[in-house]
Design a protein around this ligand. Sequence first.
Ligand SMILES: Nc1ncnc2c1ncn2[C@@H]1O[C@H](COP(=O)(O)OP(=O)(O)OP(=O)(O)O)[C@@H](O)[C@H]1O
Ligand SMILES: [Mg+2]
Length: 384
Amino acid sequence: METADARVESASAIPSTILVVDDNEANRLLAQQTLEDEGYRVALANDGRAGLAAFEKEPADCVLLDVRMPELDGFAVCERIRALPAGKDVPVIFLTALRDVDTFDHALRAGGDDFLTKPVRPTELVVRVQTALKLRQMDARLAEHLALLKHQRDALLRVQLQKERITAFLVHDLKNPVSSMDLNAQLLLRERGLSETAMASAAQIRTEAKHLNRMILNLLDVSKGDEGKLSPKRTEIDLRSMTTAVTGELEANAKSRSVTLDVVLGVERVRADDDLLRRALTNLVENAIRHAPTGSVVEIATIRSAGATEVVVRDSGTGVPAELREKIFDPFSQVEGTGRPDTRAGRGLGLTFCKLAVEAHGGTIVVEDAAPGALFRVRLPDER
Ligand SMILES: Nc1ncnc2c1ncn2[C@@H]1O[C@H](COP(=O)(O)OP(=O)(O)OP(=O)(O)O)[C@@H](O)[C@H]1O
Ligand SMILES: [Mg+2]
């Protein structure tokens, strides 16, 4: 397949030359084949020094540079190319396996124009090379505009990489201490002769640790969901044991507010992702308990409806005003001034996670007026 751009270039004059510098043979050959198929001339170099020598001998129109190479790495090669008269403006695209913000910043500092992470998809490679070459041909004013756009794209990519770092931080550095807090509180609770207050404190630590853990997992999955990476692993779920586990986990919360949890199972089994459904249900029941009036009942029901299984969580609290019924599913959205100061607990990610988890199953989640109170209805369509 030859694109219009490459054809124009090759028809108008000599085809553009792309210098590919990579110590990995397979990568070199893949780039060569992809680019030659598009009508480019390709020069290959198998390490940094050879790449630099090749460029000095015959300056290419664009350079693809692997970052990690023995001796002279990609960054160093780029800096040296930039110091050559012919290398001042040549587009340099880095190829790297390290998708992180430091590598990205380093690539920009070394004078790179673009940044591709491995494994490189052939179509993406071609598009990036075309863009880089075009940018160089543009007249100065257009180039300025494009440079501005590129700057904005770089800023966006930077934010994206920062976000990935935060996510990794959450997984590794926050989850473990939180689990260990919960475990230690459990150990304390097993001690004989603990005073009432110490027992209550340990129980409170457990409740808070579990909440913290839920928030971490929600945040993680919300960021995965943004990137479309939340894919459910369906198994046959026993709804009786799942609801028992969920009410068990939140029993202490409910008790401290004198709220009773009532489970009505119209359906006993559903095929869904155990972890995602369990956590969605936990978030809904936790919200319901938090909004339920003292001494009231929170009802959890499973219902069979046309072509779907529904899971419903209902409380008799303040409910959600009609104009906010869609908005509360947005990330970080919390309803202000519901009266009780203790109705805001987390960060407003619980329902965002629920929506992503349910939609990953092809389902829907809505909130209705339970007059009084809120009724959250999760609808999981049967698998086809
Ligand atoms: N059962 C309910 N009754 C009334 N309002 C609710 C109910 N459930 C949720 N809301 C409203 O929707 C908002 C968003 O809920 P969500 O679960 O996303 O966040 P949160 O509970 O405030 O914090 P998090 O779940 O992250 O700990 C809540 O802050 C609350 O204002
Ligand atoms: Mg919540």
